[in-house]
Design a protein around this ligand. Structure first.
Ligand code: UDP
Ligand code: ZN
Length: 354
């Protein structure tokens, strides 16, 4: 029988409906992996630095040669969702309609000089370098009040990617989105009732239960949420309190990178090169010191298409119970971590491509 579950963080409902998995649906790789190692028409490939607006952050490939080749670049988005600017976005209301100037920031994190690189192909250090870019830019952008800074990644056409060169994005908004107000309201009420952080309590309870835990390290945990709204949705969360990823110390950042790389590799081994989005959620600007919220990295594979029921009710339908997803991911991670003969990693990628 399908089960309705209520998300403890948003208090919205999802339906976990394994029966729905039996009907025909899209599976397997939805996007062919980019073939060439470089593309002469790609604005993010080395040699095309003049095709992007002036970079706002860079990590040199050789730390002793800051002006030389780069490992990671952050540049303003040429087609921004919100125009760059520091001034306040004043609200104007006419009747029932309220508007504000669309100013904030929209940046692209060019994750690698290689056109065909992907996160699971790298080593942990390469992934940590990308998280370092997120942390540095979140710190630089979070001065706007009110506002929110959101690093995210789209992978695959069905997840919204328009360019194959490995990249993620960081948007800074001049308002706090309703979803964040809701997360904050729920977390604040929990704190009022219990005197503790909902997120830290949740992580401790999930670790004690174990059924939805995918992997752990000293400081961070990967788990599938109880009310996951998409199949194989996975979160990486800190074990200890930290409201904003921008304040994460190096060891937590490095552990998050290692878990993220392994998780994306496990997802690819298990399901092929599926489309996904991830978003790195932190407290809104100015709330960094709050004791009732914790950052989390939310990875959402795009294996289902929300349709009329979801539109009309706001209730997500997830055909893969999070407990099953966690068990499968644990197994895939163990296989990934097991000693492999030379070339085994390449063959697992080739399988995912096929
Ligand atoms: N882009 C850019 N400069 C270019 C070409 C593209 O800044 O010369 C941006 C583009 O606006 C887009 C991003 O690169 O936001 C690529 O992002 P992605 O493919 O993840 O998804 P999109 O934002 O297109 O949905
Ligand atoms: Zn490229």
């Amino acid at each position: 029988m399908p089960e309705l579950r209520r998300d403890p963080f948003t208090r919205s409902w999802v339906v976990i409906a394994p029966e729905r998995a039996d009907r025909p649906q899209r599976t397997g790789p939805a996007t062919p992996r980019p073939a060439p190692a470089a593309d002469p028409d790609c604005p993010f490939c080395p040699g095309h630095e003049q095709d992007t607006p002036a970079e706002v952050w860079r990590l040199p490939a050789d730390r002793d040669d800051p002006a030389g080749a780069w490992a990671v670049r952050v540049v303003p988005n040429r087609y921004p969702v919100l125009a760059p600017g520091d001034r306040a976005a004043h609200h104007h209301t006419t009747g029932l309609h309220t508007r504000a100037d669309g100013i904030g920031s929209h940046e692209v994190v060019i994750e690698s000089p290689s056109h065909d690189w992907d996160l699971p192909d790298g080593n942990d250090t390469a992934v940590a370098d990308i998280l370092r870019a997120y942390r540095a830019r979140c710190l630089a952008l979070r001065g706007r009040r009110p506002g929110l800074v959101l690093p995210f990644r789209n992978h695959g056409a069905a997840a919204g990617t328009s360019l194959p060169h490995p990249h993620s994005q960081i948007v800074a908004t001049p308002i706090v989105p309703l979803r964040f107000r809701q997360l904050f309201d729920v977390a604040r009420t929990y704190y009022d009732d219990h005197g503790r952080c909902l997120y830290v309590d949740h992580t401790a309870a999930e670790l004690a239960d174990g059924e939805r835990v995918v992997a752990t390290s000293d400081g961070v945990v990967a788990l599938t949420p109880y009310a996951a709204s998409t199949p194989y949705e996975t979160w990486i969360v800190p074990r200890h309190h930290q409201a904003s990823f921008a304040d994460a110390p190096d060891d937590i950042l490095d552990q998050t990178a290692a878990l993220l790389r392994r998780l994306l590799a496990a997802l690819r081994d298990l399901l092929g090169d599926i489309p996904y989005n991830y978003a790195l959620i932190s407290a809104p600007n100015g709330e960094e010191a709050t004791t009732y919220f914790a950052w989390h990295l939310q990875i959402a594979p795009r294996l289902t298409d929300p349709a009329g029921f979801e539109l009309g009710t706001g209730i997500a339908v997830n055909p893969v119970p999070p407990e099953h997803a966690a068990a499968q991911l644990r197994q895939a991670l163990t296989a990934d971590a097991a000693p492999q003969p030379a070339g085994a990693q390449v063959s697992s990628r080739a399988r995912a491509r096929g």
